[in-house]
Ligand binder design. Structure first.
Ligand SMILES: [Zn+2]
Length: 247
């Protein structure tokens, strides 16, 4: 995965605060605070909070579950008649989200049990609460240096333009159309007989700030004629919708 916007922030849910100057009498400060008398100058001891990304052994990490969620959202919105698990409970209801993905179109799609009497194609591939996933996503890891930028005076750790993350997607006995479905969820397309990587949105501020959240994916381990034929097989069978995410 390559970051093609200026920044990418996928939060770890943690933030750090730095101590800016030594505190000479901690006991006194704590005492005061416990009595409800928090001195004004206490803020001067600490930096603004900074929202971090995940790290492991010095590398920056995007959880596999985040990548899987991205793929699943795209497939649920793209495939007519599939169920609609991710975004129906999500909070992605910004006007930008609506204009890109047109989820109201999705809601009006009649679920046709004739099409999928047992399980919809997305659940069949990626699992649901009662069904194991047939695809596993590793974490995506980068050794490129991150930076910190401020948005409304709050720091965010970001991967920068050109940063590359790599990860593995492990699957088990997929049909050709299902393999194509997986590629499609990563934004891989075929145009004039060639493989193309579409921009996908990921992480914080993707709908609010053009400098954030644009990534593309490329495939390492499958040869391009197999990629092309599987995507074509998927499109022929499922007639997916497409989205232009690069707003
Ligand atoms: Zn489903």
């Amino acid at each position: 995965m390559t970051v093609v916007s200026d920044y990418l922030h996928v939060g770890s849910g943690e933030y750090s605060v730095e101590v800016l100057k030594p505190i000479s009498d901690v006991d006194k400060l704590v005492d005061q605070a416990l009595k409800g008398d928090i001195p004004n100058e206490v803020n001067n001891f600490f930096s603004q909070e900074m929202y971090l990304m995940n790290h492991y052994e010095g590398k920056t990490v995007i959880p596999g579950s985040t990548i899987k969620g991205m793929v699943r959202t795209r497939l649920e919105l793209a495939i007519p008649g599939s169920c609609y698990i991710v975004d129906s409970r999500g909070s992605n209801y910004s006007p930008r989200y609506k204009s890109i993905f047109k989820p109201e179109h999705k809601k009006s799609d009649r679920f046709d049990p004739e099409d999928y009497p047992n399980v919809c194609p997305v659940c069949n591939l990626l699992g649901n609460s009662g069904l194991a996933s047939r695809v596993n996503f590793s974490d995506f890891v980068s050794s490129d240096k991150t930076d910190v930028i401020k948005i409304s005076n709050v720091g965010y750790e970001v991967a920068k333009k050109g940063a590359r993350f790599s990860g593995k997607v492990v699957y088990n006995s997929l049909s050709k159309e299902e393999l194509g479905m997986l590629f499609y969820g990563f934004g891989i397309r075929v145009q004039n007989g060639r493989v193309l990587s579409k921009v996908q949105l990921l992480g914080r501020f993707k709908y609010e700030d053009k400098r954030f959240g644009r990534v593309t994916f490329s495939i390492g381990a499958v040869n391009s004629s197999d990629v092309i034929s599987s995507i074509q097989a998927f499109q022929t069978k499922y007639r997916p919708r497409d989205f232009k995410e690069d707003w």
